[in-house]
Design a protein around this ligand. Structure first.
Ligand SMILES: [Zn+2]
Ligand SMILES: [Zn+2]
Ligand SMILES: [Zn+2]
Length: 453
């Protein structure tokens, strides 16, 4: 064994010359090795690092620990050089990025997968677990509902299910996978049923189980005492091959119910929840996102009222501005609308009317826009509209629509409220070379304004 720094207990040996590249658990096997591996995987900053054990711990005798160790460890190494060579391969897959996202369990799992492009994230089967299948690695990253996390990351396109390992039927009450399928009497729902072929006497019409008809080696109706010799002439055998000792009901097939052995919930088998357990890998989209450190869900730039967020607006305005600066055929108009109470001591009706107008405007403004035009709201009562390729006529038309909205019910300006509309075209000298933020700043601080009359 070629480990220079053999530590006591389960202290792992560090791999790496300039910086820590991985860890080797030395001198442990069986359950102790599992516990040491879990401990290292739970580490919130290094849980995704390559973690090996020395070859002496190769699970031979303790084969029962093999599957869980396969999930937690990156394999077994013969010495420090072997560990170093292999750890470097994991980091190469991550473009040697040392600051992979690890701020939550989603990020840790995605960073882990980024470093292991050739493996599938596989579950282990554990009969003692309520869901039967477990992902020990994801559990070590601090997740209680692994299926929820996997479904969520797959829905976002960051991971993909490579194959299905099992299709489970889970209890609708506790989501456990330990359902018992029990045959019961369709009449009294009791368990006291038995297989018992029915006989039907043609003479008197009596139907009962075959046992009741047995008279020595012959058959005799227990009701009318007729000897039954020929099937089809004296008697026949109806389809009801089951009998209930509890209620004497005779039936063709018993009813099957699913009974949860965890919470005792009883239901029809078709009411059980289907869950597919699978093996997962990182997608290309996932790889790009982890490398960029963007593992969290991005909020949509489009708000429910059809406006876009101010950062998205600023970004697109910068883009339009750059286009207009470099391509003569590209131009745009930027419009700012501002509604403010004229003075703080104004009366309540103006406040109410202003609040109502602002709400109405934010709900309606995107209906006034044409395809390609965008609007945002930077503060209460301040709206911005970006109109790419809009000629004077289009600008005038939008202004007219908005001016109709910016009045009270009788078409007069709202009392006590100042309304301003300012605009800047991309051929305005002030617009040249400016990014989105600068353009908005210049338009907001401009002194020549078009006041709403
Ligand atoms: Zn249950
Ligand atoms: Zn019964
Ligand atoms: Zn009979």
């Amino acid at each position: 064994m070629a480990f220079k720094t053999l530590n006591e207990g389960n202290n792992p040996v560090a791999v790496g010359r300039e910086r820590l590249l991985g860890l080797v658990i030395v001198g442990l096997s069986g359950d102790e090795l599992v516990q040491a591996a879990l401990h290292l995987r739970r580490d919130s900053t290094r849980g995704h690092y390559p973690i090996f054990a020395d070859t002496q711990a190769w699970p031979g005798q303790e084969a029962s620990q093999g599957p869980i160790l396969d999930c937690l460890l990156d394999g077994y190494v013969t010495g420090e050089d072997d560990a170093l060579t292999r750890a470097e391969q994991y980091w190469a897959a991550a473009a040697d990025k040392t600051d992979l996202p690890v701020h939550n369990s989603d990020a840790r799992l995605l960073s882990y997968l980024l470093m292991r492009p050739d493996i599938d994230l596989a579950p282990i089967r554990d009969w003692a677990s309520p869901e039967i299948y477990r992902y020990p690695l994801i559990e070590a990253f601090g997740v209680t509902d692994c299926a929820e996390l996997l479904n969520r990351l797959a829905a976002r396109g960051l991971i993909r299910r490579q194959s299905i390992v099992e299709r489970l039927r889970l209890c609708p009450a506790c989501h456990g996978g330990h359902a018992l399928f029990v045959d019961i009497c369709p009449n009294c729902e009791g368990l006291e049923i038995e297989q018992d072929q029915s006989l039907h006497c043609f003479t008197c019409g009596h139907v009962a189980g075959e046992r009741a008809f047995l008279a020595g080696a012959a058959l005799q109706c227990p009701n009318c005492r007729t000897r039954l010799r020929h099937i089809g002439t004296d008697y026949d055998r109806p389809m009801e091959h089951y009998g209930c000792r509890q209620c004497n009901e005779r039936f063709i097939d018993p009813t099957i119910v699913a009974r949860c052995s965890i919470c005792n919930h009883q239901t029809r088998p078709e009411r059980l929840i289907t869950r597919e357990i699978g093996r997962y890998t990182l997608t290309e989209q996932g790889r790009v996102c982890v490398l960029a450190g963007m593992t969290d869900e991005m909020p949509s730039p489009v708000l429910p009222d059809g406006l876009i967020t101010p950062p998205a607006f600023e970004y697109l305005l910068s883009w339009q501005s750059a286009l207009a600066d470099h391509h003569r055929q590209c131009f745009f108009t930027l419009l700012m609308l501002r509604m403010r109470r004229r003075d703080a001591s104004s009366d309540a009706p103006a406040d109410t009317q202003l609040a109502r107008k602002l709400h109405e405007l934010s709900q309606r403004i995107h209906h006034a826009l044409e395809a390609g035009e965008l609007a945002t709201r930077t503060q209460e009562g301040e709206f911005w509209i970006l109109m790419p390729q809009a000629g004077e006529e289009r600008v005038r038309e939008l202004m007219q629509t908005l001016e109709t909205w910016l009045t009270d019910d009788s078409g007069r300006p709202i009392a006590g409220v100042d309304l301003q509309a300012r605009m800047m075209a991309s051929n305005d000298p002030r617009a040249s070379g400016a990014d989105g933020a600068a353009l908005m700043q210049r338009l907001a601080s401009t002194t020549t304004e078009r006041a709403h009359a």
